[in-house]
Design a protein around this ligand. Structure first.
Ligand SMILES: [Zn+2]
Ligand SMILES: [Zn+2]
Length: 91
């Protein structure tokens, strides 16, 4: 089978589209705008602005109240600041 330029271009775009979809575990059809880079071992997740806030706001509140936060993915506890667990970067 011969793959035409148009076909490979379309599949490349489809791949990009998939990669940039919000990957929130709540399920989301919106485009991702942020990369949540988690601590080593938990990788990174792409999310839309709404789910960035839904993730970050409780983490910030938890750190302010308890001085530590538990990673929602691996349950590991991080002390001191949100940056110990996750760094938020724009895409
Ligand atoms: Zn989302
Ligand atoms: Zn983790």
């Amino acid at each position: 089978m011969t793959v035409t330029v148009a076909d490979s271009f379309a599949s490349a775009i489809a791949g990009i589209d998939d990669a940039l979809r919000c990957q929130s575990r709540w399920g989301c059809e919106r485009a991702a705008a942020w990369r949540l880079v988690l601590h080593p071992g938990c990788g990174a997740v792409l999310v839309c602005t709404g789910h960035r806030d839904a993730f970050v706001d409780p983490v910030v509140a938890c750190v302010e109240e308890y001085g530590a936060v538990r990673c929602p993915y691996c349950r590991q506890v991080f002390v001191g600041s949100i940056e110990a667990m996750v760094t938020v970067k724009p895409l």
